[in-house]
Design a protein around this ligand. Structure first.
Ligand SMILES: Nc1ncnc2c1ncn2[C@@H]1O[C@H](COP(=O)(O)OP(=O)(O)OP(=O)(O)O)[C@@H](O)[C@H]1O
Ligand SMILES: [Mg+2]
Length: 237
């Protein structure tokens, strides 16, 4: 069976600066896969390139049997690859519901928009209670729920989350990882990018360790959690 997402020798960066130096990774249908790495390793550059916000210099991004390298973000999203960006990136002065609706702007019908809103409020009842409130007035954890809800509005096959746990309390982090597990059981494949190595490998089946724009280690979560280099560099053991 071919992978749902297959990234081959991906190179990307910013004007004149190479950041990703040939990344290979894959996500199978139904999997949760983690990409972990320290500050500046290139995790956000990777997610932004996969999401169509940065154009790769070379390499291939095969998603659901279609080549996505160089495609614009709307097209990537329409193909079923949704992006929950680092730092949430909500419109602070818009209501929760208007932020969610923006995630569904590619939906073809009003009925679909309503059905997807209902689904998001089923998953996050708190957002239903606060649908008319300005997004910027919510707690960090609630804002992360809005960012995930907005991605769900596009009916993704695969959801990429960039450091969703950043800045959240330990209880909120636990809730968030529970939600990610639930989304995966509901059939959404997950690519989770995190500095929070122990928690993200606990929810993922497999992981990749990114350093200086390269994959330096890959394996099952159990193997990575047991690896001496991972334990020393990322788990403080
Ligand atoms: N807009 C930009 N222009 C030039 N260089 C950038 C830009 N954004 C990021 N970089 C550089 O690219 C490298 C990788 O950054 P990136 O944001 O992808 O790392 P990250 O793994 O997501 O880090 P963090 O854990 O801090 O979010 C860093 O050296 C960073 O300084
Ligand atoms: Mg980042």
């Amino acid at each position: 069976m071919s992978a749902l997402l297959s990234v081959d020798q991906l190179q990307s960066g910013y004007e004149g600066v190479a950041i990703l130096n040939g990344i290979d990774l894959h996500v199978d249908r139904g999997e949760t896969v983690a990409v972990v790495g320290a500050n500046g390793a290139g995790k956000t550059t990777l997610i932004r390139t996969l999401g169509g916000l940065l154009k790769p210099r070379a390499g291939s991004i095969l998603f659901d049997a279609k080549e996505m390298a160089g495609s614009a973000s709307d097209r990537v999203c329409e193909a079923g690859l949704a992006h929950v960006p680092e730092g949430r990136q909500l419109f602070a002065t818009l209501s929760v519901e208007d932020n969610l609706r923006l995630g569904g702007h590619l939906n073809r019908s009003r009925a679909r928009m309503v059905r997807n809103l209902t689904r998001v409020y089923d998953i996050f009842p708190r957002l239903g209670e606060r649908r008319r409130q300005q997004a910027g007035s919510l707690s960090g954890g609630e804002q992360q729920m809005v960012a995930i809800g907005r991605a769900l509005m596009a009916e993704p096959i695969l959801m990429m989350l960039d450091e969703p746990s950043l800045g959240l309390s330990p209880i909120m982090v636990a809730t968030l990882f529970d939600v990610i597990g639930q989304l995966n059981r509901d059939g959404i494949s997950i690519l989770l990018v995190e500095q929070n190595v122990a928690e993200s490998l606990a929810v993922a089946a497999r992981g990749y360790v990114l350093e200086n724009g390269e994959v330096v280690l890959a394996g099952t979560s159990a193997a990575l959690l047991g690896d001496d280099r991972v334990r020393r560099a990322y788990l403080g053991l």
